[in-house]
Design a protein around this ligand. Structure first.
Ligand SMILES: N=c1c2ncn([C@@H]3O[C@H](COP(=O)(O)OP(=O)(O)OP(=O)(O)O)[C@@H](O)[C@H]3O)c2ncn1[C@@H]1O[C@H](COP(=O)(O)O)[C@@H](O)[C@H]1O
Length: 140
């Protein structure tokens, strides 16, 4: 899938300078990030609605539109697909998809004039168990 997305990203970059009258992508670049963001949000909502209504084929089609609009926004934001793949690999290295840390219980009172402790006390940290075949690596 990443190959398709990378080819699409290159096509979007190439289309950026085409005539907006004939190229939707060029038109999106001409109208700017807020229009791109609006289209991306619209597609995301269309995916959600079709998924909730069990319209699998429509979810596939709208997901392709969503990915197109996402690559356009990436290009406008100066994000490359490999930037996203690197982040996903970083999270995978951290034992699968990074889970949200548990909500910290009420932190101990801070003495007046002292800075509150920002890192959760050891008791608040969730015990990390390495996934099978993974070694626990320090967060990069
Ligand atoms: N992959 C896509 C792609 N996927 C989806 N879309 C467009 O995004 C639309 C989906 O968004 P909407 O549902 O909002 O479409 P719409 O409601 O018809 O459009 P609006 O009313 O919002 O204007 C589709 O109808 C397509 O026109 C795409 N448009 C272009 N590409 C590729 O982008 C590259 C550049 O193409 P041009 O933009 O045509 O130069 C080429 O490689 C294309 O294949």
């Amino acid at each position: 899938m990443s190959d398709s997305l990378e080819r699409l990203y290159q096509a979007v970059i190439a289309a950026r300078d085409l005539d907006p009258a004939t190229s939707r992508t060029a038109r999106l670049f001409q109208r700017g990030p807020s229009k791109m963001a609006k289209k991306l949000a619209e597609e995301a909502i269309e995916v959600v609605i079709d998924a909730v209504n069990g319209k699998t084929d429509a979810v596939v089609r709208e997901s392709a539109d969503l990915l197109y609009n996402l690559t356009v926004l990436w290009a406008a934001a100066g994000v490359k697909p490999e930037d996203v793949w690197r982040e996903m690999e970083r999270r995978e290295d951290l034992l699968g998809i990074a889970e949200k840390m548990p909500k910290a219980v009420k932190a101990p009172k801070t003495a007046p004039g002292k800075l509150p402790k920002t890192t959760p006390t050891p008791a608040l940290r969730r015990r990390i168990v390495a996934l099978e075949g993974h070694s626990i690596q320090k967060r990069r």
